[in-house]
Design a protein. Sequence first.
Length: 421
Amino acid sequence: MTIQNPCARVLAAALLALCGTLPAQAQTDPAAALLGGTTLIDLRLRFEDVDLKGKTRRASATTLRARIGFLTGEYHGFSALVEGDFIGHLDSGHYNDTLNGRVQFPTIADPDMAALNRLQLNYAAALTPAAMASGESDVHIAAGRQRILLGDQRFIGNAGWRQHEQTFDAVTLVDTSIPSTTLTYAWVAGVNRVFGPASTMGHFDSNSHLFNATYTGFAPELAIEAYDYLLDLRQAPLLSTASYGARFTASVPLAADLTGQVNGAYARQTPYGANPLHFDLTYYLAESGISYDGLSATAGYEVLGGNGVTGFSTPLASLHPFQGSAEQFLTDPPNGVRDLYGRTGYSFRVPMISGNAAATVVFHSFRADAANLAYGDEWDGSLEAFFPGGTMLGAAFGDFSARGGGFASKSVFWLYAGYRY
């Protein structure tokens, strides 16, 4: 029998590798392991308004996401997780959701769907004497449809801002048996994108390999990350690339309640898989900031290179947190992008509701990397409040003012509420 479903194929391929290869955890009663699991609930109601110059209509969408799942307890180190996404709109649908054909409206990529979000088999084991003595696991394996978040998600993430997140049909191994070191490897057989299973853009068949290593042994405030991401995407050969690089984050105490931060990253990108293009592009980031008693300020400069034909690409990233909330650079332009930005934030408690709140304001100035060309400027802002019991409220905006390069001015506003259990 041939297994066609990528998620089922990954699960089947991993079972033999999982069984018997690592020492098992202490046995528990299987019924207790199943019934002693955790119910997963993630609800989000969101209103989104988009005004894009060049479109005849303004888009607005009120959508509700109900993500419901269950994680079993462990039995011989094994556990399982199943989760579905259920998304629907609560208004007249005056937006292009990428499936409804309403191209006179700007895109809000949250189509209605009932979709399998995650279905995975997990295995955890203790390999080292220290882990065995503490009762903790230092090797974790996950096989099936899963969420993969690597580093700051600049290259690999779940695109969690959209109502339907990005997941991966994959086998993932995480090893923490070496002190201060986390080693991650994932073989990705499929990418389930935010557009959902009914979309022609909703899935990439893949034969991709993800390598990531993080070390924190030099100092508690310093983390060093190295990675190599080999993307082979059958439906998107022009996005099939090999990206290898490094990143560091450092936090330096300066005085009481005063802390400085420095972050940096560098990567190279070349063609991989069936990509017919020839290029050798660079990525780099330099960022510094300071924080005091909930108040923070950050300045940064991020460059995704371009050569006039193709730009540095990160198709599997969580793109919304980078290069502006208005999301004008989800696909890097051929001339690349230089993003000079400043961000301020303030986190504070709200005594009357016993909750926490955070406000941010960000300014971006975008230019081309391979040409003397200004793309535009953008202001972003957000205010979020988190309450006891797992509920939250938030509002955010992004306002991009185009100055050239083929981009159009765009403003976006969001109002949202969420609940997690």
